[in-house]
Design a protein around this ligand. Structure first.
Ligand SMILES: [Zn+2]
Length: 57
């Protein structure tokens, strides 16, 4: 059984694979396509957000 799941990158809008065990709240994922850092906000259902170097609000 496959342990990888797909994440849609909020930055480049590409789809990349991560291991299911990497999806934990507070975990930082790196997009394998553009290198963007993506924070996991929630595991189930999966919510992510793009970590930006710019400080917004
Ligand atoms: Zn990306």
């Amino acid at each position: 059984m496959k342990k990888e799941i797909y994440i849609f990158c909020p930055d480049c809008r590409g789809k990349f694979e991560v291991e299911r065990t990497d999806i934990t709240e507070g975990e930082i994922l790196e997009c394998s396509l553009c290198g963007a850092e993506i924070e996991v906000l929630q595991e189930q259902p999966i919510k992510i957000r793009l970590l930006s170097e710019d400080n917004e609000g």
